[in-house]
Design a protein around this ligand. Structure first.
Ligand SMILES: Cc1cc2nc3c(=O)[nH]c(=O)nc-3n(C[C@H](O)[C@H](O)[C@H](O)COP(=O)(O)OP(=O)(O)OC[C@H]3O[C@@H](n4cnc5c(N)ncnc54)[C@H](O)[C@@H]3O)c2cc1C
Length: 486
């Protein structure tokens, strides 16, 4: 008689939990092991932060709207799931991005958003920075590398030290801290942008490093085809990735249950192995040989509290902030003279709750038909969450007021949609790296219990997919090795 299937419960059906489950299925097939996967998702739908809503010809993203192609894991997953022909590039025309600062909209140099800037002179000609500020930026070449390697430096300190206060406050801050909806004074540069930290350490300067890397990049013809823009997404919205994943997981035998909050975890440890009981909010109990927690850190903390209080305490120290996205649909003719490019960011120094706005239908094909325009505003974030106490109608009124002031858009939208993301963005604050190390070493004491999700090694979709995949495959490999040694 063969071994019984090993029961894995995955708590959380966001992209991390789904990617981990796919990896278990793939790795177990490869190693000829039998696993029985059950995903338990608290909400009535899978996907977590990934939420696409289609209204007539509009494709509205409530959460993420695209992913980076320089980190290959999301792209590879789409290709694996047969979605390669659904991937779309950002529109080539209109590829400018703006920054609302010093009282008006100013164009950011091409490439700055992806941190490979060209035409830095545009900073000066566009009035983003004063002549002195520009000189200070140029001085970056000569700023010595940081030698206190023990110190986990903040994003603000790193960029002010290297590029000057003016550059940081007026356009770098919204680009680097905006991704986390965070406060650059407390976010760790090593944990949020390790690339910049490494460039400084390796080359002694960001400019020298970027220049050297550009020199060493193969010419475009040598790069793999098809060419992708810096960000990509799916024609029908990112919800299609979730649907394709769900279809694949179900066809391979996974059980996917929605509307089931996991309430409690208990363990039963014998001399040879631990098993877990997963208790749902309806008191149902599921037995598991291994559990993957793909939930926000504060949820994982609560579930692990009775089993490993030290890990729970560390997890609960990972701060989160809340945001909202507000999509507004317009008749194109009403806004066409006001919108140009992909949208704009707003530095914290402007003192507004608005972080950014995307001219969605200019940035992507297929987000609205030719008669309509779609605009998405992003509000809230660390220290700017007060506004989220307001009603949906007030939030819509707020962004309309902001759009009028900043972009001269005063017409009535055809409709609007508000998506609230409460405690959605983990903040990798200074000390995050050390905290992760401590969590990892303590987790060794909980055999068969695994953690993944946006709270740890990157909150973008590619990083969540990479981490979920790593955890899922490692779990299968470890089991396989144990069996080989038995
Ligand atoms: C507004 C917004 C915009 C973003 N934009 C981008 C972008 O453009 N590009 C990009 O790459 N990234 C973006 N991100 C980040 C990215 O979307 C998220 O970091 C990622 O989707 C998180 O995936 P996850 O699976 O780790 O967590 P989640 O998606 O949060 O999934 C966790 C799941 O666990 C479930 N859960 C919680 N508690 C329980 C429980 N007790 N029992 C059962 N289930 C439970 C939740 O319901 C949820 O479905 C954005 C995030 C937000 C909020």
């Amino acid at each position: 008689m063969g071994n019984p299937a090993r029961r894995i419960v995955i708590v959380g059906g966001g992209i991390s939990g789904l990617a981990a489950t796919l990896a278990i299925q793939e790795e177990s097939q490869r190693l000829n092991e039998t696993f029985e996967c059950t995903i338990l998702e608290g909400q009535d739908r899978l996907g977590g932060k990934v939420l696409t809503h289609r209204v007539d010809d509009f494709v509205i993203e409530g959460g993420p709207d695209s992913f980076l192609t320089s980190k290959p894991w999301a792209l590879e997953l789409c290709e694996k799931l047969g979605l390669a022909d659904q991937l779309i590039n950002t529109n080539k025309a209109n590829s400018q991005t703006f920054c609302f600062t010093k009282g008006r909209m100013r164009e950011l140099p091409q490439g700055l958003v992806s941190f490979v800037p060209t035409r830095l002179g545009a900073l000066f000609s566009g009035g983003l920075i004063s002549p002195l500020g520009m000189l200070r930026m140029g001085w970056e070449w000569f700023v010595p590398r940081y030698t206190n390697l023990e110190h986990d430096e903040s994003l603000a300190s790193f960029f002010r030290r290297r590029l000057g206060i003016e550059a940081f406050d007026h356009f770098i801050e919204p680009l680097v801290a905006g991704i986390y909806a965070g406060d650059a004074n407390v976010l760790s540069v090593k944990s949020t942008f390790p690339r910049f930290y490494d460039l400084e350490q390796q080359y002694g300067s960001l400019m020298k490093g970027i220049r050297a890397q550009r020199r060493d990049t193969p010419p475009p013809s040598a790069q793999p085809q098809p060419q992708r823009t810096i960000f990509t997404t799916l024609r029908g919205g990112l919800g299609d990735l979730i649907q394709a994943l769900v279809k694949q997981l179900s066809s391979q035998g996974a059980t996917l249950r929605t509307g089931h909050q996991v309430h409690e975890l208990t363990t039963d440890t014998t001399s040879t192995r631990s098993t877990y009981t997963v208790v749902l909010d309806n008191h149902e109990r599921l037995l598991a040989d291994e559990v993957i927690l793909a939930t926000p850190a504060y949820v994982s903390a609560k579930l692990l509290e009775p089993l490993q209080p030290s890990v729970a305490s560390l997890l609960s120290q990972i701060p989160y902030c809340s945001t909202a996205t507000i999509s507004l649909a317009f008749r194109h003719r009403d806004v066409e003279t006001s919108i140009r490019g992909f949208g704009f960011v707003v530095p914290r120094i402007e003192g507004r709750a608005m972080l950014a706005a995307t001219w969605t239908s200019l940035k992507w094909p297929n987000r609205a038909n030719a008669q309509h325009s779609l605009i998405r505003c992003y509000i809230g974030g660390q220290g700017r969450e007060q506004i989220l106490q307001e009603s949906d109608a007030s939030l819509v009124a707020y962004v309309r007021e902001q759009l009028q002031e900043m972009a001269d858009i005063s017409c009535d939208p055809l409709f609007s949609e508000v998506y609230r993301w409460d405690r959605a963005m983990p903040q990798y604050v200074c000390g995050h790296g050390q905290r992760l190390q401590d969590i990892r070493s303590l987790m060794c004491t909980l055999e068969g219990m695994h953690l993944t999700g946006a709270a740890f090694e990157g909150l973008g979709l590619p990083d969540c997919i990479r981490e979920g995949t790593r955890v899922g495959s490692a779990l299968v490999r470890a089991y396989h090795e144990r069996r080989q040694n038995e």
